[in-house]
Write a protein that binds this ligand. Structure first.
Ligand code: LLP
Length: 420
């Protein structure tokens, strides 16, 4: 919740811990999550959707730290996964396999096998070829794989093109017009049990209309399946609800999202499955960084910090905006500056439109709303060890992922004999 991130006595705090204390103790850059915000944001989502009574499957890709997953697992939340690696993490965190949905266009047979073994809720199958592979794997195991087909409804979610997934031209899902044929085949397969229909149209969606249209199409499609004698239990609407990155952003409240779901599905006999990611974790984490240098170039002022695009890729990849604040509250005049990282790429910019008071080398800055698609998209580019992750719990903070060491950087690399 917003109140888990605010200035207290002149210091930017996560819950009751000044981020500067964390920076001094564990170094920078460093991701800091608030356990209270994770709980609080989940509760708002869950309470808002009470009347829909969905199965909420947190989308692990948004933030897959074990402590984050454990926070949800303890609350009985389900999980949306896209790889065997994410399945492994969820099981390590004590997640309930019976509440896992498995999406993604490129599942391997190994991943299918492990997921069937674990007893997941269902696979979101994205192509006919994948369905055939899954049928084979399940039959070999003497089991039936529960399946929902991800249909592509050809709907524009009005978000960044890189995170639009429900358009005809996108690689995701099966064209809704061709999907019936796939269902007919699936219903005949010995290793497949048809249980649902699924769609995910995109991420950071602010406009409820594309969701309304998608749910309407899914509900209508489920009715057509019934007419064909194929009865399903689940309609999975995917994730995608947007969050505030700027104060002036006004994403729909989960209650408004609930209203359209209810309106489109009331009276229908299906259990609704949701795969929220960003809306649950996005505003529950920040990236803490330290100023290295101030560089006054003729055209503008650069603030060079110790976090780069390898730590937070969103600005470089999507031109995404993240607000940046000084850890020391400062009421002085603000100045426009470009906050850049140390990576040797022109696009290594964390904010091209930061408005900051006078800061200097050694000062700590806080990059807001970095809980979703932050650490998970980080890399070792430029041989930079990945940052540590910390979780705050009231007045305490705990390292939930250690900073990588130089040794970690070369772990697994070998120099072959002929080079010795
Ligand atoms: N379900 C499926 C099948 C997905 O592909 C995604 C996100 C979600 C659920 C969760 O969506 P959310 O509720 O978080 O919007 N890296 C990008 C976002 C990529 C989203 C990919 N799929 C970013 O930083 O904006």
């Amino acid at each position: 919740m917003w109140y888990d991130f605010q200035y207290k006595d002149g210091q930017y705090c996560v819950e009751d811990v000044p981020v500067k204390d964390i920076a001094d103790k564990v170094g920078t850059p460093c991701y800091v999550y608030s356990n209270s915000a994770l709980d609080g944001d989940f509760e708002v989502f869950q309470d808002s959707l009470e009347d829909v009574d969905p199965i909420i499957c947190y989308s692990v890709k948004a933030n897959s730290n074990l402590a984050v997953l454990r926070t949800y697992a303890r609350m009985g939340v389900g999980f949306d996964i896209v790889s065997g690696g994410e399945l492994y993490r969820v099981l390590q965190a004590g997640g309930d396999p019976a509440k896992i949905v498995f999406s993604g266009v490129g599942k391997t047979k190994d991943e299918m096998r492990t997921a069937i073994e674990a007893g997941i809720l269902f696979f979101n199958v994205e192509s006919f070829e994948e369905l055939i592979a899954l049928d084979e794997v399940a039959k070999k195991m003497g089991k039936k794989a529960p399946v929902s087909v991800r249909v592509n409804p050809d709907i524009d979610p009005n978000t960044h093109p890189y995170i639009s997934t429900g358009l005809k031209k996108s690689k995701f899902g099966i064209d809704i017009k061709a999907a019936m044929e796939v269902y007919r085949s699936a219903a005949q397969m010995g290793g497949i049990e048809v249980v649902g229909v699924d769609s995910h149209i995109g991420s950071q969606v602010f406009d409820l209309d594309p969701f309304t249209q998608t749910i309407r199409k899914l509900a209508q499609f489920a009715g057509e399946l019934k007419n064909e004698g194929i009865e399903i239990q689940y309609i999975d609407i995917g994730g995608g609800l947007g969050i505030n990155y700027r104060e002036e952003d006004s994403p729909p409240h989960p209650k408004e999202y609930a209203e359209i779901i209810l309106r489109e599905t009331s009276g229908l006999p299906y259990k609704i499955v949701l795969e929220p990611g960003r809306v649950l974790v996005g505003n529950a984490g920040v990236l803490v960084t330290r100023v290295l240098y101030i560089k006054e170039a003729p055209s503008k002022k650069f603030i060079v910090v110790d976090a780069g695009m390898n730590d937070l890729l969103r600005p470089a990849l999507y031109g995404a905006y993240h607000q940046i604040l000084p850890a020391d509250e400062n009421f002085g005049d603000v100045e426009s500056a470009e906050v850049v990282g140390p990576v040797c790429e022109t696009v290594d910019v964390l904010s091209s439109e930061a408005e900051l008071p006078d800061v200097g080398a050694g000062d700590v800055l806080v990059i807001l709303s970095a809980g979703a698609y932050g650490f998970v998209m980080s890399s070792n580019y430029n041989s930079r060890p990945r940052s540590c992750e910390v979780m705050v719990y009231g007045e305490q903070f705990h390292i939930v992922r250690e900073r990588e060491t130089l040794n970690d950087l070369v772990r697994g690399e070998l120099i072959p004999d002929f080079l010795k």
